[in-house]
Ligand binder design. Structure first.
Ligand SMILES: Cc1ncc(COP(=O)(O)O)c(C=O)c1O
Length: 405
C-alpha cells in the first residue's frame, strides 16, 4: 500500500513527540484512514497533507464553534497583530472582554484570563481552598490533566485512574475525591463523611447524560450550600455551545465560580475563570498569575467571537444543525443495523456503541467515516459554519461508509 504524506508525518511525529501529539486525544490511532496531520481548515472543512478533504466534526476537540478562519475573528486577530501581541502592562482588551464575560455569563461578577482550561480550573480550586480554609476537593468528570489527582478519577476525557494516577503523590491524591455523574446518593454519603472539609465541588457534564442536569445541578447547588463548599462549573465544553452562558444558563443554576475555554475565542488559546466578586477578590492573597494571561491576539479573537454570539443566532444554529445531522446519523444506524446510538443534548451529543457490538467495530466505523471524508469524534461538534448542504453531504458520505460495514 502506498504511504501518504499525511501518514509519513504521523509516523515522523511519533518518533519525536510522545503520543505523536501534544494533545493525547488528537493522536491519530486509525491511520492511514485517519489523517496523520491536518494542514488547513476553512468553514466546516479541513484538509490533510495530501489534500484529502474532510467535513469536520472534531473542530479542534471543541474550540472551533464559529468555523475555521471565520472572517470577523481572523480580521480582529490580524488587526491586533499590527499593534502587538503582548505587553508589560494590561491591554484595554483585557477590560473589555472581562466586561463582556460579566454580561453574558450568569455567575460572572469578576473575570480573569489564562491560556488553558485545566489551569483555570486549578485557579478556582486554589481560590476555593483559600476562601473556605479547607483542603478537600470533590470532582465530577474530567477537569484537565493538572487536576487529575483523585483515585478513580478521570486522567483524560476517556481514561480513568484506578489508584493514585501515575505521577501524583498519595498525600495529594488523598485530598481529591472523584464522584460519579448524578450519583446523588454517593455524594450525600461522601459529604456526610467529609463535607465540612470540602473546599470545592467541581463538575463537568456527562455529555451522554446531560439532560439529567435538570435535577442534578440544582441538587449540587443545594448540597454545596448546605456544606459551605464552593460550587465550580467546568464549562470548558458546555460554554458557548449549549447556551452562550453555558450549562448554568441552560439549566438556570448559578455556581459560585466557573471556567470557560473552548468556544470563547474560536480556537485562540484563552481560558476564563469567573464568578462571585466576594470569592474572586480573594485573588489578592491566593495568587494566580501568568505572563500570557492577557495576551492581546486571543482577547481580540474573544471580543469578535462574543460579539458574534451576541449579534447572530449562533446557539440556535448549532442546536438546529446538530439536531438535523445527528438524527440523520441515528436513522442511518437504524436503517443499516449499526450497533450504536446518539445520546445527550444535540450540541454536545455522544456517539455510543452498544455493549454487544462486534470486537473492533467502533474502530471500523470511524475508519469508514474518515475514508469517506467525514472527520468524527466520540463527542462530535457542529459549528456556525455547518450549513444544510454540508449536513446533506455528510449524511451521503456516511451512508456510503456504513454500507461498507
Ligand atoms: C470538560 C473539560 N474540562 C477541562 C478540560 C481541559 O482543558 P485544557 O485542555 O484547555 O486544559 C477539557 C479538555 O478537553 C475538558 O473537556
Amino acid at each position: 500500500m502506498s504511504v501518504t504524506v499525511s501518514q509519513q508525518w504521523g509516523e515522523r511525529l511519533r518518533k519525536v513527540v510522545p503520543w505523536g501529539s501534544s494533545t493525547c486525544s488528537k493522536s491519530p490511532r486509525l491511520m492511514p484512514d485517519e489523517p496523520g496531520v491536518i494542514v488547513r481548515g476553512k468553514g466546516c472543512r479541513v484538509w490533510d497533507a495530501d489534500g484529502r478533504e474532510y467535513i469536520d466534526y472534531r473542530n479542534a476537540l471543541g474550540p472551533i464553534t464559529l468555523g475555521y478562519r471565520f472572517p470577523p475573528v481572523d480580521e480582529a486577530i490580524r488587526k491586533q497583530l499590527e499593534s502587538g501581541i503582548l505587553f508589560g502592562h494590561p491591554h484595554p482588551l483585557e477590560g473589555e472582554v472581562a466586561e463582556m464575560v460579566c454580561e453574558v455569563i450568569p455567575c460572572a461578577e469578576r473575570a480573569r484570563f489564562l491560556k488553558t482550561g485545566g489551569e483555570a480550573v486549578a485557579a478556582c480550586i486554589k481560590l476555593a481552598r483559600y476562601h473556605t480554609g479547607r483542603e478537600h476537593v470533590v470532582q465530577i468528570g474530567y477537569n484537565g490533566w493538572l487536576n487529575s489527582l483523585a483515585r478513580g478519577g478521570r486522567v483524560g476525557p476517556r481514561q480513568v485512574a484506578r489508584s493514585a494516577p501515575p505521577g501524583v503523590p498519595e498525600p495529594l491524591s488523598d485530598l481529591h475525591h472523584s464522584a460519579g455523574w448524578n450519583n446523588t446518593e454517593g455524594l450525600e454519603m461522601l459529604f456526610a463523611d467529609i463535607g465540612d472539609q470540602v473546599a470545592a465541588l467541581v463538575v463537568s457534564a456527562d455529555y451522554a447524560r446531560m439532560p439529567e442536569g435538570k435535577t442534578f445541578y440544582p441538587f449540587l447547588r443545594e448540597l454545596t450550600n448546605r456544606y459551605g463548599a464552593v460550587l465550580v462549573f467546568d464549562e470548558i465544553v458546555t460554554g458557548f455551545r449549549v447556551a452562550t452562558g453555558g450549562i448554568q444558563q441552560y439549566f438556570n443554576v448559578t455556581p459560585d465560580l466557573a471556567v470557560f475555554a473552548k468556544g470563547v475565542a474560536n480556537g485562540m488559546p484563552l481560558s476564563v475563570y469567573c464568578g462571585k466578586a466576594e470569592i474572586m477578590e480573594k485573588l489578592d492573597r491566593a495568587i494566580v498569575s501568568s505572563t500570557y494571561g492577557g495576551e492581546a491576539l486571543s482577547l481580540a479573537a474573544a471580543k469578535a467571537t462574543i460579539e458574534t454570539y451576541r449579534t447572530r443566532n449562533v446557539i440556535e444554529h448549532i442546536w438546529q444543525k446538530a439536531e438535523r445531522v445527528w438524527s440523520g446519523f441515528a436513522d442511518l444506524f437504524r436503517q443499516y443495523g449499526i450497533p450504536a446510538h446518539m445520546k445527550g443534548l444535540w450540541p454536545c451529543i455522544a456517539i455510543l456503541f452498544d455493549g454487544d457490538a462486534p470486537e473492533g467495530f467502533e474502530a471500523r466505523f470511524y475508519r469508514a467515516a474518515y475514508r469517506h471524508g467525514v472527520s468524527l469524534y466520540n463527542i462530535p461538534y457542529v459549528t456556525f459554519s455547518h450549513q444544510d448542504c454540508d449536513l446533506d453531504e455528510t449524511l451521503e458520505r456516511m451512508e456510503r461508509g456504513v454500507k461498507e460495514l
